[in-house]
Design a protein around this ligand. Structure first.
Ligand code: PMP
Length: 400
């Protein structure tokens, strides 16, 4: 067999992406100012950021980052087990554990790395990872890289989860779910899943990247909102890069599991520690997230208003009460054309297409922030309607 050309392979893949409207285009932001930003020279109102609480530019967060950077420098210097571990990391881990009500927390460079670490440190070849079909890509990749058996159950279906676990009676089992689903915005039925995990002796792992800071009275996320203890959810993920406005992540859980991760997880051991200045920024952000309830209250109000207006205008929504409010479009090309029209009207909304979401489920993923005003949301709904009309007219013309 002759060696294939790698250049031909990537060109074929590129052409296939173009033909199926699956090309991904990277945009460049030249300036950020709250929910407004300048993208490729045009000022847009951002409805696709994960800065839900609006903390990324808060003076206390930025000030903490600047102060710590001027004292401790910009970098991480080394991995945590060599020379990278700093007292600011310790302080942030303690603050996060205290907030979420778990014995321990362990910081990671990102949520993606943290998910790789958790699955790999707990599961091996003989084991099984049972996951919700709509879990984030990093959890799917984590199971693939860990080499364990991966089984997926229908979205938010605890009975499907138990069937998968029963069908895999050998080895150690993990039941992994997003807390708040990143593309749908709905919340996992965690109490039912905890029951399934207990009956099947599986470790329940909740990736609450989009829940921490946003869900629950003090923002402790979907695990606390479901009133589940660390015995029921031995590990959960919080990200620093979404509601907390920074970068990085933490895994929270009991002592034994966290120690095991710190000593054995390759994505913890073989990577540079988060810069201490970033930990300082997140410490300031956690304090604000814990105390400034108005940010969550505002998000609830904005989501309710968006839903009420969008629904009465005939836009197709999913059952979500979180700041993630997808507008279902279905067709990939139509989602792209609506996003382009929205941009012309001054709104930045991401068109999300397969493989990020299932086939035929393309959507505009609207995300709300405490920085948005009610009038911004009203303006967005009007712009969505105009964008939908344009996309329909374009489709009619294309069909002639
Ligand atoms: N889990 C979920 C559910 C996510 O949405 C994301 C990021 N989009 C991650 C994990 C990864 O987190 P990070 O961006 O910090 O790598």
């Amino acid at each position: 067999m002759a060696r294939a050309s790698w250049r031909e392979r990537i060109e074929t893949a590129r052409l296939a992406r173009v033909a199926t409207a699956r090309s991904r285009i990277r945009r460049t932001v030249t300036h950020r100012d709250g929910a407004r930003c300048v993208v490729d020279g045009r000022e847009l109102l951002n409805f696709c950021s994960n800065d839900y609480l609006g903390l990324s530019q808060h003076y206390a967060v930025v000030g903490a980052l600047q102060d710590a950077a001027s004292r401790e420098g910009a970098g991480g210097l080394g991995s945590h087990l060599v020379c990278g571990h700093h007292t600011l990391h310790d302080q942030l881990e303690k603050e996060l554990a205290d907030w979420l009500g778990t014995p321990r927390a362990l910081l990671f460079g990102s949520g993606y790395l943290a998910n790789l670490a958790v699955v790999q440190a707990v599961l091996g070849d003989e084991d099984v990872c049972v996951q919700d079909r709509l879990n984030h890509a990093s959890l799917i990749d984590a199971a693939r890289l860990a080499g364990c058996r991966l089984r997926r159950y229908p979205h938010n279906d605890p009975e499907g989860a138990i069937r998968q676990l029963r069908g895999m009676p050998d080895g150690v089992a993990m039941l992994a779910t997003d807390g708040v689903f990143s593309m749908d915005g709905d919340i996992a039925p965690l109490r039912e899943l905890a029951l399934v995990a207990r009956v099947q002796n599986a470790l329940l792992y909740v990736d609450d990247a989009h829940g921490v800071g946003v869900v629950g009275p003090d923002g402790q996320g979907s695990v606390a909102e479901a009133r589940l203890s660390v015995e029921q959810v031995p590990l959960q993920l919080a990200t620093l890069g979404k509601a907390l406005g920074g970068y990085g992540a933490a895994v929270l859980g009991d002592h034994a599991l966290i120690e095991h991760l710190a000593e054995t997880a390759r994505p913890y051991l073989y990577t540079t520690a988060l810069p201490p200045a970033q930990a300082a920024a997140s410490l300031a952000a956690v304090k604000l997230a814990r105390s400034e309830h108005w940010r969550r209250e505002k998000l609830v109000e904005l989501a309710a208003r968006f839903r009420e207006r969008a629904r009465s205008a005939g836009l197709a929504l999913l059952p979500s009460d979180t700041p993630i409010q997808p507008v279902m479009v279905g067709d990939d090309a139509r989602a792209l054309s609506m996003a382009a029209a929205l941009e012309r009207f001054g709104y930045w909304v991401a068109a999300i297409r397969p493989p990020t979401v299932p086939e035929g489920r393309a959507r505009l993923r609207v995300t709300l922030s405490a920085l948005h005003a009610t009038a911004d949301v009203d303006g967005l709904v009007e712009a969505l309607l105009r964008a939908r009309d344009r996309a329909e007219a374009e489709a009619r013309i294309a069909a002639i």
